[in-house]
Design a protein around this ligand. Structure first.
Ligand code: NAP
Length: 469
């Protein structure tokens, strides 16, 4: 073993350790930023290891360094320019890029071997088959997922029909046959394999409803890890194998957590498709009869008299970018002696951890964030609940109405508190598109308006009352 190989091995080992620490750190808001840096350094070390042990020609180095620079600049620009609300689409695009890279690596190795008249080993052939199939499905599936989340794509009518399952099964059978032919050494099957798997990615993702899309994105994230691990076997890179396996496992765990949060089975998400739960759209709902609305002044007066206040953030808070104003309101109340906590529903917002990230941006102390299971038992002893741009996650019908599309989804029992203020712009529905019984409860008051504007008004009223001054 050459000294360059030994050095690369050492760097790979260090990178794996940093990557593992990074993934662990991402599970806590406080350590997430540092964890991200650790994982990025791990990738940096991997590139250095490659450069040290690469074929010592200027061309090889230029390709590696050039690719790293282009990818790094694009990543940095994306991190700066993309707003939080567009993060699911961005993650989808990144997954697609991961799938495409693995696909291209496998294709490159096969085409190079064909050009030189060599037959790769059985392990490499199996890995190529896996990289191409999973990579192509991930790539086209992720592009479709991004298009659907952006509103660029909708499910065509014929995709709503059950016979689409027949088409997908036929495609999957073709892909399997092409994969077997590739593994036994027929290079002619390679392009049909690429095309079939790409079509399968579209066929599997296009019928899936918008509300289920973040679950699919997390599953595609897992696939991109599997494809990368397979590509690692193709090019004999240990680090790629380990990192791919970590991403694959993490994506699968996240998928399970999200399915549990929405009370949907993975099978229902994948094969229920457009026949499943209704998706996005803020439909105006005229069925409401007993609605009480109030002013920012009344809300401020109730908050001033409260001892315990629970804030329930939802998607609308992110849309309004009202987290900083919310933090100012909370600071005043805390100075006044009010205990303020935040109830975090696992699928509030539009991506896992959306609310945690949003509140962390405004420096909300992590200890004040409470998981749904913990906070639900505390609502009966709560004076005021402030629901900010949240809807489905506080809909009591999820527990009471077996016909509701939300039935079975765990929700925050805010109606158990003494007073509930719901801040939103209209009587429009949430993501599920259905009515919310909470708005008609006798202890609920609606505060209509953009969350940031309403919170600024409440802040102004609290200052007039001298709260926290
Ligand atoms: P939601 O049910 O979609 O409701 C958001 C509410 O915010 C809407 O009713 C809207 O009402 C209001 N709103 C929008 N813009 C606003 C603004 N500028 N100011 C004030 N209010 C505003 O959101 P959620 O309660 O957070 O529930 C999340 C939903 O997404 C669930 O159905 C969940 O299953 C789904 N989902 C989440 C994930 C995830 O990973 N987090 C994944 C998949 C699906 P108005 O239009 O009247 O203002």
């Amino acid at each position: 073993m050459s000294s360059a190989e030994v050095l690369q091995g050492g760097l790979d080992l260090l990178a794996v350790a940093l990557l593992a620490l990074g993934i662990k750190g991402l599970s806590k808001i406080r350590s997430a930023r540092a964890a991200n840096r650790l994982a990025a350094s791990a990738m940096g070390l991997a590139v250095v290891g490659l450069l040290i042990n690469a074929h010592p020609t200027a061309v090889t180095w230029i390709w590696i360094a050039g690719g790293t620079a282009v990818g790094g600049v694009l990543g940095a620009l994306t991190a700066r320019l993309v707003p939080m609300t567009a993060m699911p689409e961005t993650v989808a695009l990144f997954n697609g890029c991961g799938g495409l890279s693995s696909l291209l690596v496998a294709l490159g190795v096969m085409l190079a071997a064909k050009g030189e008249g060599l037959t790769p080993s059985l392990l490499v052939l199996i890995s190529v088959g896996l990289s191409v199939v999973v990579g192509a499905i991930t790539c086209t599936g992720s592009v479709v997922a991004m298009g659907k989340l952006q509103g660029w794509l909708t499910t065509p009518g014929w995709m709503m029909r059950r016979w689409r399952h027949g088409c997908n099964i036929a495609l999957a059978t073709g892909v399997l046959m092409a994969a077997v032919l590739t593994v036994v050494g027929s290079s002619d099957a390679l392009w049909p394999l690429v095309i079939g798997a790409s079509l399968l990615g579209i066929g599997l993702t296009l019928p899936i409803g918008g509300a289920d899309m973040p679950v699919v994105i997390s599953l595609l994230n897992s696939y991109s890890g599997v494809a990368a691990a397979a590509a690692g076997f193709v090019v004999g890179q240990r680090l790629l194998i380990v990192a791919g396996a970590m991403v694959g496992a993490a994506g699968l765990i996240l998928t399970q957590v999200m399915c549990a949060g929405m009370n949907r089975s993975l099978t229902a998400v994948l094969f229920g498709g457009a026949l499943g739960v209704a998706s996005a759209g803020s439909k105006e709902n005229s069925e409401y009869t007993n609605i009480t609305s109030c002013s920012a002044e009344e809300c401020a007066l109730t908050l001033e008299a409260a001892e315990r206040v629970v804030v329930v953030p939802g998607y609308g808070l992110a849309v309004a970018q009202a987290q900083h104003t919310l933090r100012e309101v909370a600071r005043l109340l805390e100075k006044h002696g009010v205990a303020v906590t935040y109830a975090i529903h696992p699928v509030a917002g539009r991506m896992p951890g959306h609310m945690n990230v949003l509140l962390a941006e405004a420096d909300v102390p992590y200890e004040q964030l409470k998981e749904m299971d913990v906070i639900n038992s505390e609502f009966p002893a709560t004076d005021v609940v402030l629901v900010l741009g949240a809807n489905d996650v506080v809909n009591p019908q999820a527990k009471t109405d077996p016909d509701s599309p939300l039935y079975g989804m765990p929700v925050l029992d805010v109606q158990e508190a003494r007073t509930v203020f719901v801040v939103k712009r209209s009587m429009g529905a949430g993501y599920s598109g259905i009515k919310n019984d909470l708005f008609e409860r006798p202890n609920t008051s609606m505060l209509f308006g953009d969350a940031k504007q309403v919170l600024s008004n409440v802040l102004g009223e609290l200052k007039v009352l001298g709260v926290g001054q």
